[in-house]
Write a protein that binds this ligand. Structure first.
Ligand code: ADP
Length: 262
């Protein structure tokens, strides 16, 4: 069975308003839901209130300019490791043989884009029956010196490289809307987005809370690129109990399908 890649949004597993706070109820429930998957999974999670405050403070995504950013890089990475340990721990408690994989040790990035990704250890873990858990991370950048590799970009690339049949993005809203549903009460959910629709849509561009690696706009962009490789994806509400469990067990259309058949 081909694997699925599941990306857990930082806004679902952390409280973005409070630095270094895990939304434990959500995380434990999601771990239980993922444990019900009958297929192999690779998990990627975002930074939420762990990665973003430090990444902004040290302006990591702007590239290397001064020496104090080295400590900023190290601190941001450590914060992400802490969140990753929470995610892996919750999964193990739910009976999933989850193992941490350090993103910055297997990805080479140039000007913010993944140049190469060492997928073999990840595939070997999968073949063994383990569940690799990666995350958005601080990374060395061949052009800018240093940068942030978003969990969104990483998840999309991983799906392609490991031959996943599907990718699921769990976020804190029901899917992609015509405009940000948190700002616009009249926003309508889109059941499917194609490249053609995308070109015509006008997005807010920014998430409700500042997200240094971009919000919904970047997700759709990454997933539309992936659709060109024939991999279907769905953006759905991971904060709603049962949604992720149903999606990992093959249901479609609970959120917004990107680039798939209608
Ligand atoms: P995460 O950090 O969980 O990956 P983001 O915060 O980056 O998620 O993206 C999710 C957020 O994107 C939503 O909470 C919503 O406020 C915002 N958003 C902006 N535009 C839209 C849109 N058109 N449809 C849905 N959500 C949108």
């Amino acid at each position: 069975m081909k694997p699925y890649v599941v990306k857990l949004g930082g806004s679902v597993i952390t409280d973005k308003k409070k630095p270094f706070s895990v939304r434990r109820q959500n995380l434990n429930r999601l771990a239980r839901e993922l444990s019900k998957s009958k297929r192999p999974l690779v998990i990627v999670h975002g930074g939420g209130s762990f990665g973003h405050p430090l990444a902004s403070k040290y302006k990591i995504s702007g590239g290397y300019r001064e020496e104090r950013q080295l400590m900023g890089f190290a601190l941001t990475h450590r914060a992400m490791e802490q969140l990753n340990a929470e995610v892996v721990g919750a999964m193990r408690s739910a009976g999933v043989p989850a193992v941490a994989v350090q993103t910055s040790a297997c990805a080479v990035v140039k000007n913010g884009n993944i140049l190469t990704l060492e997928k073999r250890p990840i595939k070997k873990l999968l073949d063994l029956g383990l569940v690799p858990v990666l995350y958005g991370d601080t990374v060395p950048d061949l052009q800018k010196g240093m940068g942030i590799l978003s969990g969104d970009q990483l998840a999309a690339r991983l799906a392609k490289d490991i031959g996943a049949s599907r990718i699921i993005f769990g976020v804190d809203v029901d899917g992609v809307y015509t405009s940000d549903p948190r700002k616009n009460r009249g926003a309508e959910i889109l059941k499917n987005i194609t490249q053609k629709d995308w070109n015509q849509l006008s997005f807010s561009g920014d998430s409700r809370i500042k997200d240094v690696t971009g919000g919904m706009k970047n997700k759709v962009g990454e997933l539309l690129k992936l659709a060109k490789s024939g991999i279907e994806s769905e953006i759905a509400n991971a904060a709603k109990p049962g949604t992720i469990e149903r999606l990992v067990n093959g249901e479609r259309g609970l959120g917004t399908i990107i680039g798939g058949r209608k």
